[in-house]
Write a protein that binds this ligand. Structure first.
Ligand code: AMP
Length: 217
């Protein structure tokens, strides 16, 4: 039962460890991690139309237009590998995105929602140390020196500059925190303490998923 298809939304402020935990869970379960931030960064590096439109917004730490991000997720969820489950990382970030996601997944079993809670002081410290791949834009997991996907060198994210980090944390409080309230009353919502070592957070997430198995259809 623990290995039944999991469709999970990883919530939490920037720097909570969503990417690291989503990557780990996706690997363990053999399901895709869908990170809108990674997809957008790849679009910026590839200079696609979406990338060109998103670049300045992302560098300023603000949110990319709902229609653009929803279009990305709609397309990604329609890929065959997402039918076996997925981990969404960085989406939804607005109520419109959350409501649209419900429509997109209504024919599947209920979403599992995991909110990773971390105090703000810890977030700033973590974000200022984080690195991404200079070639494909993927966020590097902690402890690696080259991109696990393409072997590219690692650099600091342009939006992990202290001023932009502050803006992103404000945007989170203003626009995205309400998503937690949107989901909180669902029987498949769980909150985990993200201010502990990576392995313990991963164990708490696994326990959270196991505990909602009974309430999923
Ligand atoms: P992340 O890697 O999740 O921190 O995302 C990096 C940046 O990409 C964010 O600061 C936003 O500018 C943009 N972004 C990623 N996901 C979304 C989303 N769901 N809605 C709007 N903008 C997003």
């Amino acid at each position: 039962m623990a290995d039944a298809a999991v469709r999970l939304v990883m919530l939490g402020p920037p720097g909570a460890g969503k990417g690291t935990q989503a990557e780990r869970l996706a690997r363990d379960r053999g399901i895709p991690r869908i990170s809108t931030g990674d997809i957008l960064r790849a679009a910026v590096l590839g200079q696609t139309d979406v990338g060109r439109a998103a670049k300045a917004i992302m560098s300023a730490g603000r949110l990319v237009n709902d229609d653009v991000v929803i279009g990305i997720v709609r397309e990604r969820l329609a890929q065959p590998d997402a039918a076996r489950g997925f981990v969404l990382d960085g989406f939804p970030r607005t109520l419109v995105q959350a409501e649209t996601l419900d429509d997109l997944v209504e024919h599947w079993s209920p979403l599992v929602i995991v909110d990773i809670e971390v105090p703000e002081g810890t977030l700033v410290e973590r974000l200022s140390k984080r690195q991404i791949c200079s070639v494909c834009g993927t966020t590097a997991p902690t402890g690696v020196t080259r991109c696990p996907k393409c072997g590219g060198g690692l650099v600091q994210r342009s939006d992990d500059d202290v001023e932009v980090i502050r803006e992103r944390l404000q945007v989170y409080q203003r626009d995205s925190r309400s998503i937690v309230e949107f989901y909180r009353r669902r029987p498949t919502f769980r909150s985990v303490d993200g201010d502990q070592p990576e392995n313990l957070v991963a164990a708490d997430i696994a326990a959270a998923i196991a505990s909602v198995e009974g309430v999923r259809r």
